[in-house]
Design a protein around this ligand. Structure first.
Ligand code: G4P
Length: 526
């Protein structure tokens, strides 16, 4: 197959949701269609169970599970689908944001009872920023949920995206009859616990078909006719370009646990979702059919096997063809590496692969050469953009409790930061180190891992910090002056970039007013 055909064949997407909306369940059903798993229950949730937080083995186990399911590739209807799972738990939001940099589109699961929830709003913000195409799946129609029109309004209002329903529910909860596809005008009647994967829907030439009453009863038939007419009037045919631009989200209704409405979702996804898209390397756009190989690391996972301290770097291929055994250029280190071990993730199994194409995610065996955001090429220079660090929300000072293990601590901290577990800020004055995270749980993970993987004992002490702001200025002299006058509050991030550690919102505002020549940034990429 030619490079162009390989690219055409690929669809790389992520599933996002607030915890409990049904992401794991939907993932599992999609894998069933792909034949990647044989029975339900095979996909484990990557949820971190808050009640089990004191049980460290459990966190380790859960981390293990989350990596096993973090990339799943399968074939369906001649397409190669790469599905990327994202942690729903807010404490690992950064991990999710980075995963979203590696996908070309997103399926967003919404619980019809709870509607749009907070984590969905945050994730959608990232999608909007990147103009990622989104398809929405409204789940759990077998429950008494909110009115479908209200749900659509809520999505538009809270998520800032226009919607376009492609299917419509008939009843809900106890009276749920099924869904009508506005897309191909077919009717699918609800059956709980649908096992049949390929049961055909009933095609209706038009909704005046008298069989409609037979299928769903008079009242539902009348309601559906009214709804369908109004919806077709209101929305017309789907503008696929608007979807691809991230302006319109097609919406499907169903029930993942009952395997209902999932096939319609998958079929439409295959028809409209984007093939691997172009990405920005420095200031230029690299198309997937650019002949030379390029890719970037968006995730690093340690402890694939706790007995060996090995790491896997997850690389998204952006252009060209990857061949195992070739030498590739690591642009940050300005060094060539021979890549002799690479894995693909097929559902729950890893397997060695010899070649891979744009859109694919491969795992590179890593002994400490990679950091999140690293770019690999055939020899070209440059760095893929779009994997910024965001200012953390909570800061703690790291206190070394075992002076004999200072070296181990340094090494452990560096490696954990390379993995993106948290962000480390080294203050210019003294040797104070601040660790910044999005959620409390990360401190516990860091403390535990430093102890068990590196033998270092640390304590975290609260710090009065509001935000880490990356600073820059057109005027070098002014920047120097600023640094001198605020020395106690200046730190460097993992890449040596200057950061102003603001203690409070009000104080930051005051400093910004007093130093108009200094630019304050809330992400590391500006
Ligand atoms: P998540 O990954 O988004 O966090 O959600 P997950 O799939 O784990 O689903 C959360 C809960 O919602 C699960 O129930 C799951 O069975 C249920 N669920 C998923 N889809 C549907 C649906 O279409 N209808 C209904 N009624 N429930 C659905 P649980 O009790 O937490 O776990 P389990 O013991 O049932 O697996």
């Amino acid at each position: 197959m030619s490079l162009a055909q390989e690219i055409d064949k690929r669809r790389t997407f992520g599933i996002i949701s607030h915890p409990d909306a049904g992401k794991t369940t939907l993932t599992e059903k999609l894998l069933l269609f792909g034949g990647a798993i044989q029975k339900a229950g095979a996909v484990k949730s990557n949820k971190i169970d808050m009640h089990a937080r004191s049980d460290w083995m459990d966190i380790e186990k859960q981390r293990g599970i989350s990596v096993a399911t973090s990339v799943m590739a399968f074939e369906y209807e001649g397409k190669r689908i790469n599905l990327l799972d994202t942690p729903g738990h807010q404490d690992f939001a950064e991990d999710t944001y980075r995963t979203l940099t590696a996908v070309d589109s997103v399926i967003m699961v919404i619980d019809c009872v709870k509607g749009v929830e907070i984590q969905t709003e945050k994730l959608m913000e990232v999608c909007r920023m990147r103009k990622t195409p989104v398809i929405s799946f409204i789940n759990k129609l077998d429950r008494e949920g909110q009115d479908p029109y209200d749900l659509l309004d809520e999505i538009e209002g809270k998520l800032g995206i226009n919607v376009h329903p492609l299917s419509w529910p008939i009843g809900m909860g106890k009276s749920f009859q099924g869904v009508y596809s506005l897309y191909d005008k077919s009717l699918r009647l609800f059956k709980a616990k649908q096992q049949q994967l390929h049961e055909e829907a009933t095609k209706l030439e038009d909704l005046d078909d008298p069989r409609l009453e037979e299928f769903i009863g008079e009242a539902h038939a009348a309601q559906l006719r009214e709804d369908a007419e109004m919806l077709l009037d209101l929305y017309g045919p789907l503008d696929v370009d608007a979807y691809l631009n991230g302006d319109v989200a097609p919406v499907f209704f169903g029930s993942a646990v009952n395997n209902f409405g999932v096939k319609e979702l998958l079929d439409a996804f295959l028809q409209i979702s984007p093939r691997p898209i172009a990405r920005m390397m420095d200031e230029r756009e690299v198309l997937p059919d650019h002949k030379a190989f390029t890719g970037f690391v968006f995730k690093i996972h340690a402890n694939m096997d706790p007995k060996h301290r090995n790491r896997i770097a997850f690389l998204r291929i952006c252009s060209g063809k990857f061949e195992r055994g070739s030498n590739y250029y690591h642009t940050r280190q300005d060094k060539k590496f021979r890549i002799s071990q690479a894995t693909a993730f097929m559902a729950q199994d890893k397997e060695t692969i010899d070649e891979a194409y744009p859109g694919d995610i491969i795992g590179l065996y890593d002994t400490g050469n990679f950091k999140i955001g690293d770019t690999l090429t055939d020899g070209e220079n440059g760095v893929y953009r779009g994997i910024p660090s965001f200012s953390p929300e909570i800061f703690r000072e790291v206190i070394n409790k075992d002076a004999m293990k200072t070296k181990q601590l340094e090494k452990g901290l560096t490696q954990l930061m390379d993995e993106g577990v948290a962000q480390l800020f080294n203050f210019e004055l003294g040797s104070r180190k601040a660790v910044g995270v999005v959620g409390q749980l990360q401190f516990e993970v860091i403390q535990h891992r430093l102890k068990h993987e590196y033998g270092a004992t640390v304590e975290f002490v609260g710090m009065q910090l509001y935000k880490a702001c990356w600073i820059s200025s057109q005027d070098e002299k002014k920047l120097d002056e600023f640094i001198r006058s605020k020395q106690r509050h200046i730190a460097k991030d993992k890449d040596g970039k200057l950061v102003f550690m603001a203690e409070s919102k009000a104080w930051l505002q005051m400093v910004q007013d007093n130093f108009p020549e200094i630019e304050f940034h809330f992400t590391s990429e500006f």
